[in-house]
Design a binder for this molecule. Structure first.
Ligand code: GLA
Length: 329
């Protein structure tokens, strides 16, 4: 072997080792979301990035819209040196597969928003989770709707309660059941509650279809109150009511998220969308990313179950509240 090569080989080995050390110094985490185009998830990413800048780690933001994308992303994360990830899964039933793949790749996992469901149909309580207090926030939606019914002096006998459901997702089922429970507890007739199940994904067009099907079945109802799993569900229903000529003042909708209804609240003229419960995208994005970072860096295990709350925003209050939350300028 010539002497140049003998010198070069140890030098290259040293360079590779140093390169490896430099990478290892930077903690990398993934942040996977099921609907990357939705404002809610974009805000989670924005706040995760804030945590990364503040603490000096890297966030790989990945739109994981189906099971295949999730599983491929987990392999890619491991290959690129990440040690953990936060995920809002596109399907809660993927939980066991996500955990198996993560264990095989030695990656830590925090589920955000949508809690994994095990093969027994129960929440996977051993997986770290941060989500909303779904039933409580649902209760607040039901109460708010009934307060508006009373404030407007409506006769409940003429009112239908349209509930945009998506029972495949437990957090959504808890929200809608919570809304029904509270409305009925404050005097709304249970037999005037009508559920509109949304097919597949909770988006405005799918909600609009579900609401139209329901409205066709109840042509004589004069006034409507509307609840749903999130803003998009309620907005779809409001568009369906408008399409059928229901007057703005004859319907009241209250959403959940508060992030996906901002253009609606900004409209020059009010629609039947009365308001929404603003959730804390900041806690869901910033806090989960920070928890993951500290878990990797210091071995500080996050709590198994963290719940966040919501605040009512309406056309009158949303600008100030969004500003206070760091969502609007
Ligand atoms: C679910 C919904 C989202 C949002 C989050 C909040 O994932 O699909 O729109 O409401 O919960 O946790």
């Amino acid at each position: 072997m010539d002497c140049r090569k003998t010198l070069l080989i140890p030098f290259l080995a040293l360079a590779v080792t140093l390169g490896g050390l430099a990478d290892a110094g930077q903690i990398k985490i993934g942040f996977l979301v099921k609907q990357p185009e939705e404002p809610w998830f974009q805000l989670e990413w924005k706040f995760a990035d804030q945590a990364a800048t503040e603490f000096g780690f890297e966030v790989m933001k990945i739109g994981a819209t189906d099971g295949e994308k999730v599983l491929t992303a987990i392999d890619n994360l491991a290959a690129s040196g990440a040690q953990g990830f936060v995920i809002c899964t596109p399907d809660v039933l993927l939980g066991p597969a996500i955990m198996a793949k993560s264990r095989a790749n030695n990656l830590k996992v925090i589920a955000v928003d949508d809690r994994f469901v095990g093969p027994d149909g129960k929440d996977m309580e051993s997986v770290h989770y941060l989500g909303i207090s779904a039933r409580k926030i649902g209760n607040e939606v039901g109460k708010t709707l009934m307060e508006q019914v009373k404030a407007r002096g409506w006769n409940v006998a003429e009112v239908g309660f349209m509930v945009m459901t998506f029972d495949e997702l437990p957090t959504i089922q808890d929200r809608t059941e919570g809304a029904i429970e509270a409305a009925v507890a404050t005097g709304f007739p249970a037999d005037q509650v009508y559920k509109a199940p949304i097919q597949q994904r909770m988006e405005i067009p799918t909600a609009l279809d579900a609401a139209n099907t329901l409205l066709t079945r109840h042509p004589t109802v004069k006034k409507w109150i509307v609840a749903g799993g999130n803003d998009s569900c309620v907005l779809g229903a409001i568009r369906a009511l408008e399409g059928r000529g229901v007057k703005v003042e004859d319907a009241i909708g209250v959403g959940i998220n508060g992030t996906d209804c901002i253009p609606e609240l900004e409209k020059a003229n009010p629609t039947s969308f009365y308001g929404s419960f603003l959730l804390s995208a900041r806690e869901h994005g910033y806090l989960t990313a920070k928890m993951m970072y500290e878990w990797i860096k210091d071995g500080k295990e996050p709590p198994l179950d963290t719940r966040t709350v919501g605040t009512l925003i309406t056309r009158d209050t949303f600008r100030q509240i969004l500003k206070d939350e760091g969502i609007a300028d």
